[in-house]
Design a protein around this ligand. Structure first.
Ligand code: SF4
Length: 212
């Protein structure tokens, strides 16, 4: 389904996504969390899915992982106001345990169901570079066989046939870790993992046309 054929503009897409029922994740989440940021961004960052705080706020990357990403962007000299942030899956998937809602990874079926929204966002924005934060985001655009451990930090392209026929952008892609993996990792490894994320973000920013 070519969602971007039905409406134009990010605002129109976000409005349409509010009523999306392409998979079951809309049933339990509070709301669709569409992308947010600069509408003409040359750099787009894609995460996995909204978390508990994002689901409540209706904005991507406002929880703990978002705060770590903010620190990493600052360390990489990237202004968050100039980028567009979104997720491969737009509804929060979780398991209820008492009062807590515990994150659950989206299935491949859910990632594929949500992929047209991500592609439509890219089509509207036309970024030069897309950073894929974590394996789910990377597999959404690069296929299920993609291995982050093998291709992290490389310059990649959308594989032929991966996009709808009318996708009119061909950004360079860089896959790196999701900020939540830095938070979840062993405390002794966190500094190294954070530095590696910053290094990949700097590398991606260096691919932008205006980068020195
Ligand atoms: S997760 Fe994506 S495809 Fe599934 S209902 Fe939400 S917006 Fe639609």
């Amino acid at each position: 389904m070519g969602i971007h054929r039905l409406v134009t503009g990010l605002t129109g897409l976000a409005k349409q996504a509010e009523g999306c029922q392409r998979c079951d994740l809309y049933r339990n989440a509070k709301q669709t969390v569409f992308g947010d940021g600069a509408h003409a961004a040359s750099l787009v960052l894609v995460g996995e899915q909204p978390g508990d705080q994002e689901d409540t706020a209706g904005k991507p990357f406002v929880g703990p992982a978002g705060r770590l990403l903010d620190k990493a962007l600052t360390a990489a000299h990237i202004d968050r106001a100039n980028v567009y942030l979104t997720n491969a899956v737009k509804h929060f998937k979780f398991e209820q345990r008492g009062k807590r809602r515990i994150h659950k990874a989206p299935s491949r079926t859910e990632v594929i169901a949500c992929q047209p929204w991500l592609l439509a966002e890219l089509n509207e924005i036309g970024p030069d570079v897309v950073v894929l934060l974590g394996a789910t985001a990377a597999k959404s655009l690069l296929g299920n066989a993609f291995r982050l451990t093998q291709h992290r930090g490389e310059v990649l392209r959308l594989p032929a046939g991966a996009a709808p026929v009318d996708l009119n952008v061909d950004p360079r892609l860089v896959a790196t870790a999701h900020p939540s993996s830095v938070l979840r990792g062993p405390p002794a490894d966190r500094e190294t993992a954070f530095d590696a994320l910053v290094s990949d973000l700097k590398f991606a920013a260096g691919l932008l046309p205006h980068a020195g």
